[in-house]
Design a protein around this ligand. Structure first.
Ligand code: ATP
Length: 484
């Protein structure tokens, strides 16, 4: 739970360390302090002793995290808030367990008359995580991990939203990481179950992650209204932070100043300005999450965002696999040429690339919307694009020929298909137009299909005969095509 820094501020608690290593809390012994939030302190702990086998309880983990939420000395309103927060955490843990949510083992009230500061505290016994996304951002997230982490957060949100809950406090501190690097959402102190289209939360939250509508939301008897789109907004901020070294997409030196920038943007008085370090695919995704109103954001559900990330991941994985296979083939071709004393082997990539050859009829120059890929000449697999086997099937990893193409390659198209499968590129351009392009000698297919969003050229070409719809083809020569 986040204390005291929502638009409806309340005073937080000034707490010092409450428990020392070795202190016994229920069946657990504190081993070290992990960290403190506005209303709680989290400790690592180990089991106090062996439980008897067959006592009907779940097997003991070697380590847990104890979230201690003291209530002593609080004003009745604050104490009620703590109890309510614990109730939300326990309720969500009981009803919506999932590998992408931190596991809750048990909860109890601590009786510690010798320690008045924690006597009567609420204790949550949780699965212990290895760290948080905040720590990872501070240390520097590796490029390869970024997409995986965001996909993990989307998985957690998808599960929560499908189960009818809103997290309402998504931020890097609440994205924990398992020892295997897996994502686990945590801190459900503000999580609320939807009644119809929305739920209610206490007037609290973390300023940097609140959507524009939260700043104007009236405070009713039940609290402030929230909808799943509030989590999607927070996800947009997190996506930006992950790619922009922890920087918020909203300018300002303090959370309050950044909150003012959010409101300006929400009212249409300022554009959304993202850091250039955010790559195009993630920029489009973050912009969808950061749509200024609930209505504009609502179509971008956690589930649909996850599907987009997975589709992109598949395409990349496919690119790497195909490139590795092709590299093997190229090596074999070079070796064969050398053994035969040939002057040189014709590499498929050189055959495909005709960047300097000028324009010829049917020429289409490949365009990669990812700006980071446009200046590269090293044909990095991450920057390669796929050509489809079948333009009537989804443009995904199972439907691409092994031959890859890169930004600037010039291909020869012999016809166009105006009404193929719709394709949306990284900049949200959508088109159903496809070009049938020739592939070089020795390719597994003689022809393949380039979606029009992958080129800026629109050569005047005849309409292709409609390809026969059929089951996915995974190899062998294309039965149709111009030949080469
Ligand atoms: N199960 C856990 N395993 C490991 N670390 C945890 C666990 N739960 C919380 N932490 C860490 O403990 C620290 C305190 O967490 P806590 O939930 O009390 O506050 P917070 O999320 O930082 O802030 P607030 O609750 O005020 O928003 C955070 O750094 C968090 O990453």
């Amino acid at each position: 739970m986040t204390a005291s820094h929502g638009p409806h501020d309340t005073a937080g608690l000034d707490r010092t360390e409450l428990l020392q290593p070795g202190h016994r809390v229920g069946d657990w012994v504190v081993t070290e302090l992990i960290g403190s939030g506005g209303w709680s302190t989290v400790y690592a702990a180990r089991p106090a002793g062996r439980r008897r086998e067959g006592d009907g309880r779940a097997p003991e983990p070697t380590e847990v995290a104890l979230k201690i939420m003291p209530t002593a000395g609080l004003a009745p309103r604050q104490a009620r808030r703590i109890v309510e927060s614990a109730r939300r955490e326990v309720e969500l843990g009981r009803r919506a367990g999932h590998p992408r949510l931190i596991g809750l083992r048990e909860s109890f009230v601590l009786a510690a008359p010798e320690l008045p500061a924690v006597d009567g505290a609420i204790v949550l016994v949780m699965e212990r995580a290895a760290g948080s996304l905040r720590e990872l951002l501070d240390a520097g997230v590796s490029g390869a991990d970024r997409g995986r982490l965001i996909a993990g957060i989307c998985e957690g949100l998808t599960h929560l939203h499908r189960s009818g809950w809103v997290h309402a406090d998504l931020k890097p501190e609440n994205v924990l990481l398992g020892r295997d690097g897996s994502v686990k959402l945590s801190d459900f102190g503000l999580a609320t179950e939807l009644t119809g289209t929305h739920g209610y939360v206490p007037p609290m939250g973390t300023l940097d992650y609140l959507p524009p509508e939260r700043w104007r939301a009236p405070l009713g008897e039940l609290g402030v209204q929230v909808r799943p789109s509030a989590d999607i907004w927070a996800l947009g901020v997190v996506v930006h932070e992950v790619f922009a070294s922890g920087a918020s997409p909203f300018p300002g030196a303090t959370p309050v100043a950044r909150g003012a920038a959010v409101q300006e943007y929400g009212e249409g008085r300022a554009p959304l300005r993202m850091d250039p370090a955010v790559p195009p695919f993630w920029r489009v995704l973050a912009a969808d999450c950061l749509a200024p109103t609930h209505a504009a954001r609502a179509p971008h559900t956690a589930e649909s965002l996850l599907a987009r990330i997975e589709a992109r991941g598949l395409a990349h994985a496919g690119a790497e696999k195909h490139t590795a296979r092709l590299r093997g083939r190229v090596r074999a071709a070079v070796l064969a040429a050398a053994l035969c004393g040939a002057a040189g082997a014709a590499l498929w990539s050189d055959t495909v690339r005709e960047g300097a050859s000028g324009h010829r009829p049917g020429a289409v120059r490949v365009f990669n919307a990812e700006r980071g890929c446009q200046d590269r000449t090293d044909r990095d697999p991450q920057c390669s694009l796929g050509l489809a086997i079948d333009p009537l099937r989804p443009y995904a990893a199972g439907n691409v020929v092994p031959t890859r193409v890169w930004h600037g390659d010039v291909l020869t198209a012999d016809c166009r298909l105006p009404d193929g499968q719709p394709v949306i590129d990284e900049e949200d351009l959508q088109s159903t137009l496809w070009f049938r392009v020739r592939l070089p000698h020795g390719s597994a297919y003689r022809a393949a299909w380039l979606p029009a969003v992958r080129t800026k050229d629109r050569p005047a070409l005849p309409v292709c005969p409609r390809p026969r719809a059929g089951p996915p083809r995974h190899g062998g020569p294309a039965p149709e095509g111009p030949g080469s």
